[in-house]
Design a protein around this ligand. Structure first.
Ligand code: ZN
Length: 202
């Protein structure tokens, strides 16, 4: 799988264009800004976009959906609890296949109710659940700090430590990281208990 990590817009968002090794099929994660550039890439390399996948429904992750789905005819995939219009609903355990690639869906609520991460044996596309060094805010509508703690400590912390994290924003000192590295340096992992984590918001 080839990963194109594109920083877009003024909020350091990452859009991802993932292309299978045979250059036949691809998916677009969180299109928002710079869609003209992405269209050019797709045209230039004759890439077929099978799906648009949104890690959650916040505007800065979905703004380019209409534009890109019109151009590519890709179906839009979101978690089943997303309030937005989409073609395919997914939940934990579902698989997203394109070309010779497959990503598994994990529901990781906390930053928003419909937050999902996409993983395979090498990578995790973490949306706004976890960033390099920090984590998604939980004070927006639908956010829940306790759920975020459970998603990070109950799910992400139990994944393979070697997984490379591709976050939803470029907020860290590097644009990617690993689960192992984040366990050492991410502020959420400095918390010794859920109680301590929840106290950060008081
Ligand atoms: Zn968000």
């Amino acid at each position: 799988m080839k990963i194109n990590q594109l920083e877009v817009g003024s909020m350091q968002n990452f859009t991802y264009l993932l292309v299978d090794d045979n250059n036949k099929s691809s998916i677009l994660i969180d299109p928002s800004w710079n869609t003209e550039y992405i269209k050019k890439l797709i045209q230039q390399y004759h890439i077929q976009v099978k799906y648009i996948v949104n890690t959650h429904h916040h505007f800065d992750h979905v703004l380019g959906n209409d534009d890109m789905s019109k151009t590519t005819h890709a179906k839009i995939i979101q978690h089943k609890s997303s309030p937005l219009k989409h073609d395919i609903s997914v939940e934990s355990g579902d698989k997203i296949q394109f070309g010779d690639c497959e990503l598994n869906v994990i529901h990781t609520p906390g930053h928003s109710q419909d937050s999902i991460c996409l993983i395979n044996d090498k990578y995790i596309f973490s949306g706004d659940t976890i960033f390099v060094g920090s984590f998604g805010r939980t004070d927006l509508p639908g956010g829940n700090a306790e759920q975020l703690y459970d998603s990070v400590f109950g799910i992400l912390a139990n994944l393979n430590d070697d997984l490379i994290i591709y976050p939803g924003h470029n907020y860290g000192s590097t644009s990617t990281s690993t689960i192992r590295q984040e366990k050492k340096t991410n502020i959420i992992f400095k918390c010794k208990s859920k109680h301590e984590f929840l106290n950060m918001f008081k």
